[in-house]
Design a protein around this ligand. Structure first.
Ligand SMILES: Cc1cc2nc3c(=O)[nH]c(=O)nc-3n(C[C@H](O)[C@H](O)[C@H](O)COP(=O)(O)O)c2cc1C
Length: 349
């Protein structure tokens, strides 16, 4: 299990696993020829789940559980603390259930990251086999303590599980378990690249979940990641499944539009690759945008590159704010936009 996380990182760094269509390009912000403000006035800071961030940016959970992950998480945490943005770690299943490489997560706690997300998968909340140990409140507490987390992120990844040769196949009961945990811990629910519909968002809101991260289609495709892993394992059926479902899911901008209506803070992720994409997400009503695949290469390289990438994202966001005449994120959330391309027909569903 520990090297599954290592293989994911290797595949994402070595192969093209992006969705085939860039849905964020379909969100066109309307240029304001007379911004009537100075660039120096622009303030992209926000408050998210009670924490102040210098910019509306989240590094969404990716890794941990193998030795090299300590370097990636350390670079991400140091840069996130320096730039003042939020971050999550990858699934802590290996650490809390098997005690594998806790330091590869715990290194995050050494830096003053303004908002940190622990991470557990929804499939681990229910028994997958008769003798399975599930993740309950006690193990969640350990997962949070390990990184001094502020919030627990529970990820939904059933597309990935279906394409994984060794994937979990049980999903009945996850919603109730999420509801129980949300009664004890501040919980954010996130997808992992296939998006969240309004119907699912409403059921999560009704169970007292505090925030949602849509993580929709159009960025890292976990069907694609598992396609390459299955190829290497000679698992032909799963390799074909990964190809068939490569672009499965709800496009990220569509998921944001559907989910902002339910009244929870929404993080927009899935294919966010520039500060302009961040601006587009905020114009649709998200409170922050998240990226994983967009920062992994830098994080695997060095702290300096990671910091440069985050600073570039923030600078691009500020340029988009200037060119739409938005001094604050609240103003950007009211900026006019047009929706084009393959994204538009989704709005009629
Ligand atoms: C290498 C890698 C590992 C990931 N592992 C996790 C994980 O353990 N838990 C989780 O919630 N999401 C995980 N994700 C999903 C991301 O948090 C994010 O939802 C998804 O990649 C879409 O964002 P992106 O297009 O910016 O990559 C992982 C992503 C990558 C690239």
């Amino acid at each position: 299990m520990s090297h599954r996380k290592a293989e994911h990182v290797k595949v994402v760094l070595g192969r093209d696993v992006e969705g085939h269509y860039r849905y964020w390009n379909d969100i066109q912000l309307v240029h304001r020829a007379l911004p009537e403000l100075d660039f120096s006035e622009i303030d992209p800071s926000i408050e998210l789940l009670g924490h102040r961030l210098s910019a509306p940016l989240v590094i969404t959970g990716m890794t941990g559980g193998f030795p090299d992950a300590a370097k990636i998480n350390g670079n991400l945490a140091r840069a996130a603390a320096e730039v003042g943005v939020a971050m999550g770690v990858g699934s802590e299943r290996a650490a809390v259930l098997k005690g594998q490489y806790p330091e590869s997560y715990a290194c995050v706690a050494r830096y003053p990251v303004p908002l940190k997300f622990a991470n557990i998968g929804a499939p681990q909340l229910i028994p997958q086999a008769a003798d399975d140990r599930v993740v309950g409140p006690e193990l969640v507490r350990s997962a949070m303590d390990l990184i001094h987390a502020d919030v627990l992120a529970i990820h939904l990844n059933f597309l990935q599980e279906m394409v994984q040769p060794e994937g979990d196949r049980r999903a009945r009961g996850c919603l109730e378990r999420i509801g129980e945990l949300a009664g004890t811990f501040p919980v954010l629910v996130k997808e992992t690249g296939a998006g969240i519909s309004r119907e699912v968002a409403e059921s999560l809101r009704d169970r007292k979940v505090r925030a949602l991260d849509v993580s929709g289609t159009g960025g890292t495709s976990f069907a694609a990641v598992e396609h390459y892993r299955a190829l290497e394992q000679g698992a032909e059926r799963e390799a074909r499944l990964g190809r068939t479902f490569w672009d499965w899911g709800i496009p990220s901008p569509v998921s944001v539009i559907e989910v902002v209506g339910v009244g929870l803070p929404v993080i927009a992720s899935g294919g966010v690759r520039s500060g302009l994409d961040v601006a587009r997400a905020l114009a649709l009503g998200a409170v922050a945008a998240g990226t994983a695949g967009g920062v992994l290469r830098a994080a695997a390289s060095s702290y300096e590159e990671t910091r440069r990438e985050l600073e570039t994202l923030v600078h691009e966001l500020k340029v988009a704010m200037f060119l739409t005449g938005s001094r604050t994120v609240a103003e950007l959330q009211r900026a006019p936009y047009v929706i084009t391309g393959e994204t538009r027909p989704w709005l009629n569903r």
